[in-house]
Design a protein around this ligand. Sequence first.
Ligand code: 6PG
Length: 464
Amino acid sequence: MGTMGANLALNFADNGGFTVALSNRTVEKAYGVRDDNPGLAERLVPTDSIEHFVATLKAPRVVVLMVNAGKPVDDQIALVLPHLEAGDILIDAGNADFNDTVRRERAVQGTGIHFVGMGVSGGEEGARHGPSIMVGGDRAVWERLKPLLEPIAAKFDRVPCVDWLGPDGAGHFVKTIHNGIEYADMQMIAEIYGILRDALGLQAREMADIFADWNTRDLQSYLIEITAAVLAERDPETGGPLVDVIVDEAGQKGTGRWSVIEAQKLGVGATTLEAAVSARGISSRREERAEASRLFDGVKVARAEFHMSREGLAELEAALVTAKIIAYAQGYATLAEASAEFQWDLPLGQIARIWRAGCIIRSRFLDDITRAYEAGAVVNLLQAPSFQARIEAGQEALRRVVAKAALAGIPVPALAAALSYFDDYRRARGTTNLTQGQRDLFGAHTFHRLDREGTFHHQWPKIG
Ligand code: 6PG
């Protein structure tokens, strides 16, 4: 009965109209959830023990776990599993490393009990009033869950943002990539904020207006909307902007990191997502950064060439849109590769569709992704005709922003990674021919030739 669990229970009772049995390690908390919500009290049934909880549920049971990822999930499964029977469904609705989900699903195989890994996005508000829900596991189990989940999911044009995405860990994998994209989106916004603050010297209030304006066009999204709200907020203590007194150390619970680890394992370059995860890591070394800022105080950088003009702001906006497309292309490339590798047959267009409402990365832009997949086979989003045109239109702005930031000494790791990925991706003749030569020289790793079929090893001159 943490915030997410309590809100999800309230959502089931409120929007689903279901009677929900509540169980919590500290029993009083479950009673607290009922007592704090008198309007829903009839449909909330606190229980005193796992035995009581399971006995309260009508068979075949549906049990939803909402605890922190990792050991707490295994502990809860160990606690509840002995009381369940064939036909019951046990759902892990928290964030989870999909490898754990696969393992947990295998562990119950043959018992008749079904384990479902289910990604839920939307933070506290989403959990309470309508999250985006990414379901994995057995398809037949999804058919049973559908009537329970559709009423509690977010709606976009009255269509519920929930679907079965594939077997075993598919739901949690998609949620993990959602979070990797979430990290990239947030980091790129923070980098643009850095330019507005440090190169243009704007105040938080002024920046709030800029982001609010951007939220009316291509960038329209929940994350841009909350950026404007965070920048506009006043600190009740000092009366100044609250953002100015918040420590610049980003927390992370691991999901962004998982997305990057999986992308690496699959051999997909999700460089913008990686940059975003790394930036959080660097941010948490605050004292070290302070020391380095003193050490390199004298490093000369060019005077910032950013301009506080309509054109200047339009350039930043276009750069952010372009980098965002590239980041999403990387996330989607990871999903596509995982789909092939694990034979999930992930419905990529449908994933964008269920992300259009409820989740943290919800935006107008996701509709364009859905349409791109509907229009035909997509090798990589960057090659989809609609995105190709947008990249062509925005790439110069991205180049200028990254180049000017580099000259001005303003870090833009995610934006720069997006640009480099694009340039790497669009280059027919790369440079790893040299890498292959080196590998063959020191390790006889062999190489392929452009002009002949086969695998070759060369007798290189002896070095050293
Ligand atoms: C969501 C979010 C959520 C995540 C938080 C915090 O989709 O609702 O992704 O699941 O836990 O955003 O994540 P970090 O602590 O890793 O930033």
